[in-house]
Design a protein around this ligand. Sequence first.
Ligand code: GLU
Length: 287
Amino acid sequence: MAVFRFAPSPNGRLHLGHAYSALLNQRLASAGGGRLLLRIEDIDRERCRPEFETGIHEDLAWLGIAFDGVPRRQSEHLAEYAAVLDRLRGMGLVYPAFLSRAEVARFVGDRESAGKPWRRDPDGSPHFPPVDRERPSADATARLSAGEPHALRLDMRKAMEAAGPLDWRESGGGARQLVPAEPGAWGDVVLAGRETATSYHLSVVVDDALQEVTDVVRGRDLFAATSVHRLLQKLLGLPAPRYLHHRLILDETGRKLAKSSGDTGLGELRAAGVAPDEIRARVGLGA
Ligand code: GLU
């Protein structure tokens, strides 16, 4: 049976873009007699708030979207992500990264001001410098035992060598196709942050597998991240779902909607007397 999921992060209120994603998932799940799951992606304890989570449930209920089973809250499963991370560590693919954000900025700034371009990832952030990856292990061990704050990063080159070439099944934009994965575009991604026992990439891959998701339907802004997800799935021996990256709902200036966008917030629209049917029509999923 097909299993779809909607996986919002409670770091703001839902807007029309989320409504489109949730309604599209609902439509595709019900068309094929599949299940639709809800996952609350709340690993970022600094940005996620209980009132936003309550708002998510209210907005989705108001839109008339019912989910199967109990919602999975990522914050309740940190030990599971840590166990998976240990497996990657055991494969020699993970290293502790001590450089702070400011140190990374300085490293990249120095290169760039010397006229040497430094690679950016698909989100525009500079690739993580090789300093920690190449750090002598005695130095890393000493820092770890001194309790120095660190993230855990994937050694992308080694991971890609271990996994070999990968692709994914994509049906966004109408046509079905196989998309070659290019995880190297991201550099050494974070698997666990300084403050968090996991990362978006790791937890999304673990959860899609644990929840037996067959169809990942989400915004086009996550298209490039799928390369990392395929890589982790391969390394961990997890099944590869089908993917559909849908168009984004943009504001009048052509920009992606932000969580704070007042006039496209579902709570605001509801308070202004807009009906769920109008929301469906507005995102192009009217009856
Ligand atoms: N939690 C992510 C977001 O709100 C979505 C993750 C996903 O669908 O894979 O943008």
